[in-house]
Design a protein. Structure first.
Length: 339
C-alpha cells in the first residue's frame, strides 16, 4: 500500500531525474561554481525579486538551518522559535550544539505573532541573559498552516523595531505558496526577510535546498562558513542542475501545487467519513482516530503519530509530488472496511 509518511520517500520526479541524466557525463567546476548553479541562482533571484540577494545551495534542511543560524548569530545571541519549531524539536539540538540558545514561544495555529516576540524582548533584556537576535519561522508551518501577507509584514515590522534578523524555513515553501488560501506572492519574500530557503528535498528534488540571503551583509564570507561546517558539496553542480530545471518553467510550483491538490482530495474524502481533522491548507493533513484503527493505519500506510491523548491518535498524512488520487482511494477504501 502507498505510504503517506512524508513527502520525500520517492527519489525524485521524472523531470529532475531526466535533467541529471542529461548531464551525467558532463564535467563541471566543483563547489557550486558551475554554470548550472549560476543559472539556477539567476532564475531563483528573478522569481523572488531579490535585488541584492545571493543563493547558496546546501544538502538538507537541518544543515541549512544550522549553518545559517550559527553564521549570523554572535556567541551570546539567540534565535526565537515556536515550541514546535523544526529547529527546536526535529533537529537533534543542532542549533544549540553550535552554541546558540533557542528561545521558544507558544504562538497560535503553528505561527509566531508580534506579541510573542514582544514578550521575549521584555524578558531577555540585559547582559545577564542571551540576546534575542533572530526570529525563525516555517512556511508552511509544522502543522501545515501558512502565513498570510499581513502576518509576514507584521513580523518584518517587529523585527525591524528590535533589530532582529528574520529567517524563514522554506522546507515546504512550495506547498505554502501554491495553497489555495495563500496571498503571498513569491516576490514579497525577496523584500520581507533577511533570508529564506527554497526546499527541494520535500518537493520532488533528489536532494538540496536553495538558501536565498537577501541581506548582503549576511552573505559576506558565508561560503567560508559553509566549508568550516563541513557543508560544502564538491559536486555542488548536482544541486544546481536540479534547481535549474525546477525553476526553468515553474516545475517547482507545479509539483507543489499537485501535492496540495491531492491533499485537498484526501481531506474531502475524510470529511465524507466524518473524520475529524486539524485545519491545514497544505500537503500535511492531521486526522484523529481511535487507537485500534490508528494502529492499523500506521502499520499499513506508514503515517506518523503526531500526538496521542488517551485513546485518540492524531495521525499525520503527507502527500508528495508522486501521490495520486488512486493512492487516496486505496486508503479510503481501507478505512471504509475498517472503521
Amino acid at each position: 500500500m502507498y505510504q503517506f509518511k512524508n513527502d520525500y520517500s520517492e527519489l525524485a520526479c521524472e523531470e529532475i531525474m531526466q535533467a541529471l541524466m542529461k548531464y551525467f557525463n558532463e564535467q563541471n567546476i566543483a563547489y557550486g561554481l558551475d554554470k548550472h548553479s549560476e543559472n539556477a541562482e539567476r532564475l531563483i533571484l528573478e522569481k523572488f525579486n531579490s535585488k541584492n540577494g545571493k543563493v547558496f545551495f546546501l544538502n538538507g534542511g537541518t544543515q541549512t538551518n544550522t549553518v545559517f543560524i550559527s553564521y549570523v548569530l554572535r556567541p551570546y545571541e539567540a534565535v526565537i522559535s515556536l515550541e514546535t519549531g523544526h529547529i527546536n524539536v526535529h533537529e537533534t539540538g543542532s542549533v544549540e550544539a553550535s552554541g546558540h540558545k533557542i528561545i521558544t514561544v507558544k504562538g497560535k495555529n503553528g505561527k509566531i505573532y508580534p506579541r510573542d516576540i514582544e514578550k521575549v524582548i521584555l524578558e531577555f533584556n540585559n547582559e545577564h541573559t542571551v540576546k534575542p537576535k533572530m526570529v525563525y519561522i516555517s512556511n508552511s508551518t509544522e502543522i501545515g498552516t501558512i502565513y498570510n501577507k499581513e502576518e509576514l509584514v507584521n513580523l518584518k515590522t517587529i523585527c525591524d523595531k528590535y533589530h532582529l534578523y528574520f529567517f524563514i524555513d522554506g522546507a515546504r515553501l512550495g506547498s505554502a505558496l501554491t495553497s489555495k488560501e495563500n496571498d503571498v506572492n513569491p516576490e514579497i519574500l525577496g523584500e520581507i526577510c533577511d533570508a529564506f530557503y527554497v526546499g527541494g528535498t520535500k518537493n520532488g528534488l533528489l536532494y538540496g535546498e536553495a538558501l536565498l540571503i537577501n541581506n548582503p551583509d549576511l552573505a559576506r564570507d558565508f561560503r567560508f562558513h559553509i566549508k568550516n561546517r563541513g557543508a560544502t558539496l564538491a559536486k555542488g553542480y548536482g544541486v544546481g542542475i536540479q534547481f535549474e530545471r525546477a525553476f526553468k518553467d515553474d516545475l517547482y510550483f507545479s509539483l507543489a501545487r499537485h501535492t496540495n491538490e491531492v491533499a485537498s482530495y484526501l481531506k474531502e474524502e475524510f470529511k465524507k467519513l466524518n473524520i475529524k481533522m486539524l485545519d491545514s491548507p497544505t500537503n500535511q493533513i492531521f486526522a484523529f482516530f481511535s487507537s485500534p484503527i490508528a494502529k492499523k493505519i500506521i502499520d499499513n500506510f506508514g503515517v506518523e503519530v503526531w500526538y496521542q491523548e488517551n485513546d485518540i491518535y492524531c495521525l499525520r498524512f503527507v502527500t508528495s509530488f508522486n501521490t495520486t488520487n488512486k493512492d487516496v482511494d486505496e486508503l479510503i477504501a481501507y478505512l471504509k472496511d475498517n472503521i
